[in-house]
Ligand binder design. Structure first.
Ligand code: S3P
Ligand code: PEP
Length: 660
């Protein structure tokens, strides 16, 4: 599968009321299974409501590569089954993309075929543990080659699968399903017992296809060599996708939402129980059974959620919903505690680390536990969080941003949302949310004399991006104050002047021509007097506020390099890359001395050093926007580096964080 762009910045904002009915797309787990079992059946299987997400399409394509005819008929899929022994050797590798379910379920199937095959996946999937299926399948006689129990997985032709009685150390529907699928090819009865009940869609569907299968509590037994008969399958709405809208509705101040036809299978309804225990007004209307699966319409009304200790028994039935439950916890009153959920570290990302890091960045009081997390609800801060290419983490952070319109939340790493929920952005827009893809910003902050200005100008030129020299904006105001003889102590007058400032920047090679009231003022802005005045007017809160929107307006495609002192901490809090340059005061005094000497100005280094130290103290201790690195800034000490060396380090960071 082609590598997708990992930056992929998105944000959602929402201020309106939330009401109406919402059609959530089909269940991912049931969709995977419907094409696999339909392929192994005799006759035709018609699937309605199949989830056309990248994960399920990967499974569908693999079944086609194995010789199965699958066609679209309107919204339905029609699978012409080839029978248990009718699959054909594939021409090339079989690509599962990001889908753990595809890889683990198909391992059970391919381990039992009389031809060889290889399953591959994307970077995330290639790091996920496959030993959990390799172990039982090997006991059944499969020969699987892999490097450290991770993908690619190479299957040798099978001679004959042996029925086994397998006690799985983890509650995993993927493991259980892999063994049951391989068990279809064994002579005799294959049994899987799990420590806790995981989702049971494979069992339900196998029975529907006419397989002889018994469930006895945590034990499932399948009789090998069945004749599966093609079925009509109606895929209900995915409760895992519905979970995002449950949390959205509950945490929204004015919501009454109906999610239609949601799968509420008792092995999947943990999220509903947990949210109800947190005080969520969430009710099930019109409960019914369709194609062996329990479904209902789920009504969600605004609620004040409270923190709880999540019962460990509910973990398997809510395993994919913890990213969004973490958001619910961050918006609830009090503390939520989750333990016994180490499995979350083995999903598309380490979901404990990714979610807790992101929440911490948004200012939430929370911490990781080895097997869970502790989260105390409270206000959110602005920031850019990383979904790390995990669809569920990315969607969860986006909704947190939508629920807190007063802060600016940008989420990167959203490129895998289509693996489970391609309609996500369309649906949230239908509900009235504003979806934006913000222009990337690199902020370069630091005190004077660290090489900020030159570095930023060179970086903007190299990237072909816009440049904001925010210092020049403050200096221009200072110049205006001096030219028009304004009173630097009259804050209201200064704020008015800041708002009315007639300032423009014109590109001129690597630099910009700065025009104030139509006159080029670059040289005047660099004078010591102007610098001193700038440092007097810049700390005034009303001035900073008046200039804020003006600076934000520089964020234009294809990107912006913003040079200043509070670019990463105040103006562009959600920038994907924040750099803070430092250098020791002696070095900065030396650099300034050299600059002034070149201009024919004779000053003593000692005096410059004293001024620099005084200014550093003033800047870093002032109440409004003090000069400090943002929490997520990359600090580079430029004392012993040339401009080229600094630029090389920043370009490297751009490569990692912005233009990957
Ligand atoms: O069987 C399935 O369809 C799934 C089982 C779960 O994984 P585990 O079996 O690893 O718990 C779940 O996380 C995954 O999204 C889908
Ligand atoms: C874990 C998930 O899927 P998979 O294991 O199929 O990649 C998921 O969708 O949350």
């Amino acid at each position: 599968m082609a590598e997708k762009h990992p930056l992929d910045l998105h944000s959602l904002t929402f201020t309106g009321q939330l009401s109406g009915r919402c059609k959530i797309p089909g269940d991912k787990s049931i969709s995977h299974r419907s094409v696999i079992l339909g392929s192994l059946a005799e006759g035709e299987t018609r699937i309605s409501g199949f989830l056309r997400s990248e994960d399920c399409l990967a499974t569908l394509n693999i079944m086609r590569q194995l010789g199965v005819n699958i066609v679209e008929d309107g919204d339905d899929l029609v699978v012409t089954g080839v029978g248990l022994h009718g699959l054909q050797p594939p021409a090339g590798h079989l690509d599962c993309g990001n889908a753990g379910t595809a890889m683990r379920l198909l391992s059970g199937l391919l381990a039992a075929q009389r031809f060889s095959s290889t399953l591959v996946g994307d970077e995330s999937l290639s790091g996920r543990p496959m030993g959990r299926v390799i172990t039982p399948l090997t006991q059944m006689g499969a020969q699987i080659k892999s490097d450290e129990h991770t993908a690619p997985l190479e299957f040798s032709p099978s001679i004959q699968m042996k029925a086994i009685d397998y006690h799985s150390p983890i509650a995993s529907a993927q493991v259980k399903s892999a063994v049951l699928l391989a068990g279809l090819y064994a002579d005799g009865v294959t049994t899987v017992t799990e420590p806790n009940k995981s989702r049971d869609h494979t069992e339900t569907m196998l029975k529907g296809f006419g397989c002889n299968l018994q469930v006895d509590g945590l034990k499932v037994s399948v009789h090998g060599q069945p004749h599966l008969r093609g079925q009509a399958i109606k895929v209900p709405a995915d409760v895992s996708s519905a979970a995002f809208f449950m949390v959205l509705g509950l945490c929204h101040p004015d919501a009454d939402l109906l999610l239609e036809n949601v799968n509420i299978n008792p092995t999947r309804d943990g999220v509903i129980k947990i949210l109800q225990a947190m005080g969520g007004r969430l009710s099930l209307e019109n409960p019914r059974t369709e194609a062996g699966e329990a479904v209902a319409d789920v009504r969600i009304q605004s609620s004040q959620l409270r923190g709880i200790d999540i019962p460990e028994a509910l973990i398997p039935s809510a395993i994919d919903e913890f990213p969004v439950l973490f958001i619910a916890a961050a918006l609830a009153n009090g503390t939520t505690r989750l333990t016994g959920a180490e499995e979350l570290r083995h999903k598309e990302s380490d979901r404990i680390t990714v979610m807790i890091k992101g929440l911490q960045l948004l200012g939430v009081d929370c911490k990781e536990l080895p097997d869970g997390a502790e989260i105390t609800g409270g206000p959110l801060h602005s920031g850019m969080v990383d979904g790390h290419g995990d669809h569920r983490c990315a969607m969860s952070f986006l909704l947190a941003g939508a629920l807190r319109p007063e802060v600016d939340t940008v989420v990167r790493g959203c490129h895998n949302i289509d693996t489970s929920f391609p309609e996500f952005f369309t649906l949230v827009e239908q509900l009235g949310m504003r979806h934006q893809q913000p222009v990337p910003v690199v902020t370069i902050d630091g005190p004077s004399g660290v090489g900020k200005g030159t570095t930023s100008a060179l970086l903007a030129a190299r990237l072909g991006w816009h440049l904001l020299d925010s210092g020049a904006i403050y200096r221009s105001l200072a110049l205006k104050v001096m030219n028009d003889d304004l009173d630097p102590a009259n804050e209201a007058q200064l704020a008015e002047a800041a708002k009315a400032l007639r300032l423009s920047f014109q590109a001129d090679g690597q630099h910009a021509r700065i025009l104030l009231d139509g006159q080029q003022v670059n040289d005047q802005l660099r004078s010591e007097a102007c610098g001193d005045m700038a440092s007097q007017v810049a700390p005034i809160a009303a001035v900073r506020q008046a200039l804020l929107q003006r600076q934000k307006a520089f964020q234009q495609p294809p990107g912006l390099v913003a040079d200043g002192r509070d670019m990463g901490t105040v103006v562009f809090k959600s920038a994907p890359l924040k750099v803070f340059l430092t250098a020791n005061a002696e070095e900065r005094a030396k650099r300034r001395h050299k600059q002034l000497k070149e201009k024919g100005v004779d000053v003593k280094i000692r005096d410059l050093l004293r001024d620099i130290e005084a200014r550093d103290h003033r800047d870093s201790t002032r109440k409004v926007a003090p000069l400090v690195p943002a929490m997520d800034a990359h600090v580079i000490d430029t004392s012993d580096l040339s401009i080229e060396e600094v630029l090389a380090q920043i370009m490297n960071l751009v490569g990692q964080h912005v233009k990957v």
